[in-house]
Design a protein around this ligand. Structure first.
Ligand code: F6P
Length: 551
């Protein structure tokens, strides 16, 4: 990847367009160009993206495409996909695209084709998933598995948890699949509350197998299981499997090697859904649907690698993000899925985007003089409409939004879906075109209320519309966001695949932990010291997991 000099200079040609368009209104842009909706839309696989309700015109869009050309987004994508060590601060390749490559693909890391290993693990996962789903895999007392509890956090939780919810209508409803991430014991305790250990399978998912939250939860779960079953022979072997890159640490925990599903250090945690980290999802929806999801991801990978920039859905999403973030002063970006199944998508994208591009130095280590990753947030529609949409419509901030919806519901009951989608279309129309003071006054509104009831409009949105939420369309959507994030990282000239910013808090927590139960003076700043002292005076003694833990 090129270590470019300065994005500031590269943004110069765009600034004039931004100034010009900041003075115009979407109403005018639509009025002068009857072809606008067609011109600014693109179809990619199952997805139709209408980006015409953005504050761009043809010259501005061309200038954005030029920016992508100059940043060599295409070259960078090809470098990533052929296994170059583009995660330079960690000395690693970045190959989540290899996780969904077809069996006959050849992708080399340090000279070795990794595709056969990827498929060998997928095959093992499929075999295991079938055994759990069919009841062949039994707990140590001979009972079939009814509960699957994934213990992981960050990328080892958000991906499969979000995807499980998204694809729930493909899942085997006889299985209860839960995701425990928080080190707050409440998460584990409430999850295990009504579960029978004989019927429960724990999946300990951790790339490093050292993450404090995951290892603490895993130890407590093991204590709960052994405490409730007695030290039954083979209890851990029948009730615990692991997903990790660290075989030795897994063995040390007591999980047999044959119950470990590996992945590789060239898979970033937040990009790991298609690896063995997807095991709980595969158990839930079955190997066939899982493979259909992988095919969807792969389809979008090819599109990203091959489609011309002007028709490249992830590139377009990325460039529009740059437009608002770097040229029109937006600080945040809202993701608004109009589908309850996608309720966790904003949370998933928070990690994918903010852990990737929440960076302050460029690839040469210099503090950047431009904005990098935005704050990602959102909730499913229509819930958000009754919460924060007021600010979207009439607040003082520009919040570009992605509206994501489907033509057909997985639950076509009564007129729910038409009502949902009427809101979906109405919101982007209202945000773009608003309602002028003249129209509000002409409706007979008392003059003093006119300003309050006026909608300025001119608020940018993307509409992403697919026929139906399927494993494939879901995979395409997630891959599109992954590549959008990649495109932006290249243009911002930051390293998108490390996350050093999470380390300091972890280190301090390790230092503070023993201080919470000690009587010696804590050694921090005055505020932290006082808080620790106050906590110490009031804390309650802990209960050992096996004795009184969950339940
Ligand atoms: O703390 C951040 C992080 O390292 C994420 O990047 C990662 O997804 C998460 O922790 C979990 O890590 P692991 O899979 O190693 O437990």
């Amino acid at each position: 990847m090129k270590n470019r000099r300065s994005l500031d200079r590269e943004l110069r040609p765009l600034r004039e367009h931004a100034r010009r368009l900041a003075r115009t209104h979407l109403r005018d842009l639509f009025a002068v160009d009857p072809d606008r909706a067609r011109r600014f839309s693109v179809e990619a696989g199952d997805w139709f993206l209408d980006y015409s309700k953005n504050l761009i015109d043809e010259p501005a869009f061309r200038a954005l495409l030029d920016l992508a050309e100059r940043a060599d987004v295409r070259g960078a994508a090809s470098e990533m996909m052929r296994g170059a060590p583009i995660n330079r601060t960690e000395g690693r390749a970045v190959l989540h695209t290899a996780l969904r490559a077809p069996r006959d693909a050849v992708i080399r890391v340090n000279g070795r084709n990794v595709v056969p290993e990827v498929h060998a693990v997928l095959d093992r996962m499929a075999d295991f998933a079938w055994r759990v789903r069919s009841g062949e895999w039994r707990g140590c007392t001979g009972r079939p598995i009814r509960n699957v509890v994934n213990i992981g956090i960050g990328g080892s939780d958000l991906g499969p948890a979000m995807a499980y919810q998204a694809l729930k209508s493909w899942s085997d409803r006889r299985l209860r699949v839960e995701f425990v991430s928080n080190i707050d014991a409440t998460h584990l305790a409430e999850t295990l509350r009504d579960m029978e250990p004989e019927e429960t399978l724990f999946i300990v998912a951790s790339k490093t197998f050292t993450t404090e939250e995951t290892m603490t939860n895993a130890r407590t779960a093991r204590g709960w299981l052994l405490g409730r079953l007695g030290q039954a022979d083979g209890a851990v072997a029948r009730h615990f499997v692991a997903i990790s890159t660290q075989a030795d640490r897994v063995a040390e925990f007591g999980i047999a090697r044959e119950n470990m599903f590996p992945f590789w250090d060239w898979v970033g945690g937040r990009y790991s859904l298609c690896s063995a980290i997807g095991l709980p999802l595969m158990i839930a929806i079955g190997p066939e649907s899982f493979r259909a999801m992988l095919d969807g991801f792969h389809w979008m990978d090819r599109h990203f690698a091959e489609a011309p920039l002007e028709a490249n859905l992830p590139v377009i999403l990325g460039l529009l993000g740059i437009w608002y973030n770097n040229l029109l002063g937006a600080q945040t970006h809202a993701v608004l899925p109009y589908d309850q199944y996608l309720a966790r998508l904003p949370a998933y994208l928070q990690q994918a985007d903010m852990e990737s591009n929440g960076k302050r130095v460029d690839r040469l280590g210099r503090v950047v003089r431009w904005q990098t990753g935005p704050i990602i947030w959102g909730e499913p529609g229509t819930n958000g409409q009754h919460a924060f949409f007021q600010l979207l419509h009439q607040g003082t901030k520009v919040v570009p939004c992605d509206f994501i919806g489907f033509c057909r519901s997985r639950n076509p009951i009564g007129d729910h879906h038409d009502r949902l989608m009427a809101n979906f279309f109405a919101q982007t129309e209202a945000l773009a075109f608003g309602r002028t003071a003249e129209v509000v006054a002409a409706e007979g509104t008392p003059p003093e209320l006119v300003p309050h009831r006026t909608f300025p409009g001119n608020r940018p949105t993307n509409t992403l519309l697919a026929d139906e939420l399927t494993p494939s369309s879901f995979g395409q959507l997630i891959a599109a966001y992954e590549h959008k994030i990649f495109t932006q990282g290249v243009i911002w000239n930051v390293y998108s695949f490390d996350q050093w910013g999470v380390e300091l808090g972890k280190q301090l927590a390790r230092r503070i932990l023993p201080e919470l139960s000690s009587s010696s003076e804590p050694a921090h700043d005055a505020s932290t010291n006082a808080l620790i002292r106050r906590y110490r005076e009031r804390r309650a003694p802990a209960v050992p997991p096996a004795a009184g833990g969950p339940r």
